[in-house]
Design a protein around this ligand. Structure first.
Ligand code: HXC
Length: 260
């Protein structure tokens, strides 16, 4: 598949998706949105692919936000009628049941920060900068930023970031729990790919279930979440991969996964 605003590639069982508008700091235009949705759907549908990495092209940005030049032209009626940005959640978060990682290589601002936070986790380069600067444009986050950022780093820092529009550097983002790991800039893709290959080497149903369980913690009470976890655990015990995984442990060998 050929895209205009993104690039896709595979490395074994890992799909690599790269935002590719470096001159506009990978700003998220409608074309990027449509192509990302296609690329994520293709990843989800391809049984040979077991983990994905999303990153930005160029040295400077993961994504500097929704495309301001495009948004400047749109009326409120158009934003509302198109339910602007709702597709990100339905496609990238809900329909992508397989794991994916954001490898943040520079600015992740506004919609760029929100997109990174849709990933299962973020690996960041030392150059990464996170922020929700929408207030400076007379607006506010619109792709989940006020909600996901608050859940990730707590009210005090999230509120401060949204109200001041300040950026958070990679070190602060790691200390605050926004990113899983910070690595030297030049090692970002190697490191993200290594982690993605580890995930891709896991039993695929168990990977989806682990993802679903952790995500459920955002949506439910503790007792409902723990019940949901227990039921999903019990369902996994019916899989061939469970039998294989436990046999492999006992026989001191690596498991060979069937995804069923
Ligand atoms: C469109 C953008 C852009 C954006 C940068 N560019 N960000 N174009 N949309 N979000 C373009 C610039 O216009 C410029 O192109 C080129 O990329 C390089 O950017 P510079 O500003 O010249 O680079 P620099 O001086 O290094 O500053 C980098 C920056 C700054 C600090 C990241 O670009 C910046 O503040 N960008 C906007 C960040 C932002 O406000 N994001 C939130 C957007 S709102 P030209 O052709 O002019 O040289 C949002 C809402 C989401 O995301 C939810 C909505 C529902």
């Amino acid at each position: 598949m050929t895209y205009e605003t993104i690039q896709t590639a595979t490395d074994g069982a890992v799909t690599i998706i790269t935002l590719n508008r470096p001159k506009a700091l990978n700003a998220l235009s409608s074309a990027v949105l449509d192509e990302l949705i296609e690329a994520f759907a293709a990843y989800q549908a391809d049984d040979s692919q077991r983990c994905a990495v999303l990153t930005g092209s160029g040295d400077k940005a993961f994504a500097a936000g929704a495309d301001i030049k495009e948004m400047a032209e749109k009326s409120a009626a158009e934003f509302y009628a198109a339910d602007f940005f709702s597709k990100w959640t339905s496609h990238l978060v809900e329909a992508t049941r397989k794991p994916w990682i954001a490898a943040v290589n520079g600015f992740a601002l506004g919609g760029g920060c929100e997109l990174a936070m849709m990933a299962d986790f973020i690996v960041a380069s030392e150059n990464a900068r996170f922020g929700q600067p929408e207030i400076k444009l007379g607006v506010a986050p619109g792709m989940g930023g006020s909600q996901r950022l608050t859940r990730a780093i707590g009210k005090a820092k999230a509120m401060e970031m949204c109200l001041t529009g300040r950026m958070m550097d990679a070190g602060e983002a790691e200390r605050s729990g926004l990113v899983a790991r910070v690595v030297p800039h030049d090692e970002l893709m190697n490191s993200a790919l290594k982690t993605a290959k580890t995930v891709a080497g896991m039993p695929p149903l168990a990977a989806m279930v682990n993802k679903e369980m952790v995500d459920a913690a955002y949506e439910t009470t503790l007792s409902q979440g723990v019940l949901h976890e227990r039921r999903l655990f019990q369902i996994l015990t019916a899989t061939e991969d469970k039998a294989e995984g436990m046999a492999a442990f006992i026989e001191k060998r690596d498991g060979v996964w069937k995804g069923r």
